[in-house]
Design a protein. Structure first.
Length: 241
């Protein structure tokens, strides 16, 4: 049974069509790299998967058709591109908030929840971040905190929108290793929007290429990702959505 199936998906803004006729089905567990030039619709595609952007077509999670009025399906956790926080808050409190969908409105976070936060920060090799003020962290450290918040959700599908932004070379490699571990050790399905084609070379998975400008990037020629989704994607930008 596919973990995610997309049938004839089309997306746009204010009458402008961005993506048309995308169809594919992905089995669990899998890694899918999503590539394409700036503005081709990668982020909007993610938004349609979490039902925060309207679309034409159908989306199925574990063979169940997703109801378009349902927001944020529980099976999906997302790391978005820019997450700003304008108030003082500790790292542990941001990470634990990843559990919000498992809690009822007045339910407090427990000691066990915070133990899980510690475990995840240790897994990310940064247990020292636990008590720190989020706004005093570097961009790369903040990105690790959002990753920890995504991990604590223990969803089936992880969507990561350019997760390596702000990360140094060491943590970029850590992140790609982490995504591989999520798939191979924890049976997750990971979709990652990235411009870091170099790190894909050694990974096993699928490549979803939304680009019309660069339909065969170098990474494909090197046959690094073993299975290539041949995206059924026809872009007709002038057509009305
Ligand atoms: N709120 C909006 N209203 C109108 N157009 C928008 C809106 N948000 C995005 N767009 C346009 O939709 C197109 C797709 O944007 P999107 O953010 O999905 O691209 P992307 O492939 O993720 O780009 P990048 O690689 O730069 O992050 C772009 O041309 C963008 O300008």
């Amino acid at each position: 049974m596919p973990v995610l199936e997309v049938k004839d998906l089309s997306l746009g803004f204010e009458g402008k069509l961005i993506i048309e006729g995308v169809s594919f089905a992905i089995e669990k567990p899998s890694f899918v790299a999503i590539i394409g030039h700036n503005g081709c619709g990668k982020t909007t595609f993610f938004k349609s998967l979490i039902q925060s952007h309207p679309y034409k077509g159908e989306i199925f999670l574990f063979d169940q058709k997703v109801n378009k009025s349902q927001t944020s399906p529980r099976e999906i956790a997302i790391l978005e591109q820019r997450n700003l926080v304008n108030f003082q808050i500790k790292v542990k409190d941001i990470v634990v908030m990843g559990l919000f969908r498992r809690k009822s409105f007045f339910e407090n976070y427990t000691n066990e929840d915070f133990d899980r936060v510690r475990e995840i920060l240790e897994f990310l090799e940064r247990p020292d971040l636990y008590e720190k003020d989020f706004n005093h962290l570097s961009g790369g450290e903040q990105q690790l905190v959002w990753l920890a918040q995504m991990m604590i959700q223990e969803a089936e599908i992880y969507l990561l929108d350019e997760p390596t932004q702000y990360l140094d070379l060491y943590y970029k490699k850590v992140l790609f290793d982490l995504m591989e571990a999520w798939v191979k050790r924890f049976n997750k399905t990971v979709f990652c929007i990235t411009h870091d084609l170099y790190y894909l070379e050694t990974m096993d998975g699928y490549l979803l290429n939304f680009s019309e400008k660069d339909p065969r990037p170098q990474v494909l020629n090197r046959e690094c990702l073993k299975k290539n989704i041949n995206l059924i994607l026809q872009r007709k930008p002038n057509k009305n959505f």
